[in-house]
Design a protein around this ligand. Sequence first.
Ligand code: 4UU
Length: 532
Amino acid sequence: PATKTFHSLRPPIHLPQEDAPISVVDYVLSIRSASRWPDSTAALIDSATGQRIPYSDLLKRHKSLSYYLQHVLKLSRHDVALVICPNCVQVPILYLSLLSIGVVVSPGNPVSTGSEFARLVELSGPTIAFATSSTAYKLPKLRLGTILVDSPEFESMMTHTFDLDLNLGLGPTQPSQSDVAAILYSSGTTGRIKGVMLTHRNLIGVVALCRSSAVAAGERASPAVLLYTVPLFHVFGFIYSLKSVALMETVVMMPRFGLDGMLKAVEEFGVTDVAMAPPVVVAMVKPGSSERYDLSSLKSLVVGAAPLGKDVIAAFKAKFPAVELAQGYGLTELTGPVSRVLGPKESKKWGSVGRLYGLLEARIVDPETQEFLPPGKQGELWVKGPTTFKGKDRNTPRVLVINEWLRTGDLCYFDDQGFLYVLDRLKELIKYNGYQVAPAELEQLLQSHPCVADAAVIPYPDEEAGQLPFACVVRRPGCILDERSVMEFVAKQVAPYKKIRRVAFVNSIPKSPAGKILRKDLRKMVLAPLLT
Ligand code: 4UU
């Protein structure tokens, strides 16, 4: 009975009064102003051009742009702005400016197609879009048009009012905490895209919990230099772009991700922390991938958004003993972060996604009986806290939320010290003769094979067994690997019901920008031709 609810073991976190009329930007800037770092600290660095924007300049640009958006473009509270940009230094400033005047930020993936953008517009009803010259042409026409953030005009919106006194006050556009602040589009690896509405209160909650882990980790001798390989339109990057300003971190922006480019940027800008998805870690441990670079500035990697295998962690520790590898777990519907590994002691818990952040409670629920389960038992993770999203698609009810508990859809367990382990998405489980097989476990095993560059496991329909574990494997160049050796490699290491029963060799595994395997696309690509 005492084990029905798991409480956070982290120090308590205090949030502002719920009815205080503040936006997440007011909150972020109030934390920042208490920082001991000078305003000359770089806020943003463009990895391609080397352009540095110090905090003093970031604040001026933010004020100037907010003024322009409010008084020239006449945007106001509850307007929705679509933001369709690759990671670049303008985006965090744009987010701060829109949020500060109560405009709802709706960031989308710049590689989406025209019809996908039409769907986003249908979901969130934007009046204006912010895009780049390479993405704008795909957008539908909006009432206030599209503004190019890589244009001289945008640069002047951020700088032209520098010498004005901009303490004009926000008047009716001052957001309240219960206002919707952002609509993020959840990954949709299996289903249709959904708009997840997050309030200023939700965002204040996650900034507070990110800050609490920075406090717990202890003060550093110099400001942290972060690089995100995660996109700014995904909840991971979106939240990080706000928390970095609150903590006065320096953020190195990489418009286009590539492993070599990332490692070069680490060397060049003295990057201390990188936020990334598992495929980047997998790439870093492959022999010959990183030896050419001086990565001595690197202190920690925060890895999240998809499962990371124990073998990859082991290989990483062996190759980079001085770098802390911390897994974090999160969901768009919980405004991002739910748990993380914190500090060298916790990072010994290989494979865990860490402990719950303060402010959050959790349950492990038996998917069949709905019983609440104790430590060590696997079930669906439910989470409750002030960061639970407000709703989907403006008017749809929160079907995932029951009595304020958000059902994550993930199969998880806690150990007896409060460490959380994520096995897989419940929906992705393969049912072999009634047994549950987690694809993630088999994928991690396959990835540890020296001749496997990448792998994914999906169900293959079978009359007798229901479904068979079916592996799609990308061979490493120059390696010889056949179906039988793949199956034997896995069979030696797992219970018989988990064996791979079929193999297909493919050129690549389709992945989302946050590193999740796009199983729907994979099924279409590999399975459909086999089954017709
Ligand atoms: C296994 O992926 C995310 C958010 C990730 C995130 C955010 C802030 C990680 C750390 C952080 O600090 O959100 P979505 O909505 O795109 O996808 C959510 C799903 C989860 O339900 C789970 O299935 O992504 C999967 N997932 C993970 N799975 C997320 N993180 C992990 C993880 N291990 N570490």
